[in-house]
Design a protein around this ligand. Sequence first.
Ligand SMILES: *Cc1c(COP(=O)(O)O)cnc(C)c1O
Length: 389
Amino acid sequence: MNKVIYADNAATTQIDPRVLEAMTPYLTEYYGNPSSIYSIGRDAKRAIETAREQVAKAFGAKVQEIYFTAGGSESDNWAIKGSMDLLKAKGKTHIITTNFEHHAVMDTCKFMEKHGFEVTYLPVDEEGYVTVKQVEDAIKENTGLVTIMYANNEIGTIQPIAEIGQLCRDKGILFHTDAVQAVGNVEIDVVKQHIDMLSMSGHKIYAPKGVGVLYVRNGVRLSNLVHGGGQERGRRAGTENVASIVGLGKAIELITEDIPGRIEKVSKLRDYLFEQASKIERSRINGGRKNRLCGNFNMSFEAVEGEALLLMLDLNGICGSSGSACTSGSLDPSHVLLAIGLPHEIAHGSLRLSINEHTTQEDVEKIAEVLPKVVGRLREMSPVWNKLD
Ligand SMILES: *Cc1c(COP(=O)(O)O)cnc(C)c1O
């Protein structure tokens, strides 16, 4: 059996052994309910608070501003839906977002429209960026919330978050960012960047699935999304997912240890892939190269069907994705690729590879060897390829 080359880290990551090791005692010995009085409960409680410190430290936040959730989607939902009451009370029923957000933000904004809110979906440019000027021009008297992703999950483009944060702070507008893909790839400081709410997820940074964080700046009176017990200082009910929370804390500590080193190592491998794959005729790189996640590769190959490409790569032991894993199963091409202006047929022939620090030079060489062959083979079988002019 050949080794599998896993290049779909934007979809999910493998748990780091050090993370698993940190978690294991909380699945075995310290199984107590963190709300209990006895020591195995208190130990669990202490472990959660350590994880909270680890997360707070990574973002330059205070521990009381960190809330554990069941993942990035819940955090996004909570940030936006939880703002409903406070925004309505102030008559601020206009929201600004972009047209290439993750569905957890996009669909929640659609939900807000059904509940009396007006939403502006800013168009990103053909490279996949939004500008501060665009946000500024879209602000109205009644704008109460801006929610813009830190880095895009499909094309990896990083948005000018600090500048948007400054603008929102100056105008008294709440600012939320989905930073699920950004954590560990950019230096995040919620104070310097004027971020009021920030979402992240465990399973994108080598912790388990089903755990996440919402940072909420002190003073932002979000309503609860999950009602019930008094966990998370009464703001997010439910017995804590102790082991996963411990894992997330450890994972964020590890991934933020050496961000510049990570970027240097991973972007070199990714750039090699871009260079090699760009030699394939009628191909294009999706998303700008300048401010881009170090592990993100996204290209389109004309007259190639993305799903077929993925299957052929899989036969060669390479795991990638086409568009977004969340949208496969639907025939519509990714809304992100449409947002940067790709025609439907080209968007369908797209490939996203997301590599990380465990990817080797050997791995990218193997991908660079297999990809042109597979694209060529699919084109031979394609009814449209020979008709292209
Ligand atoms: C994966 C992802 C999410 C969803 O996080 P889950 O923990 O899987 O719910 C949200 N936003 C972005 C940008 C993502 O990549």
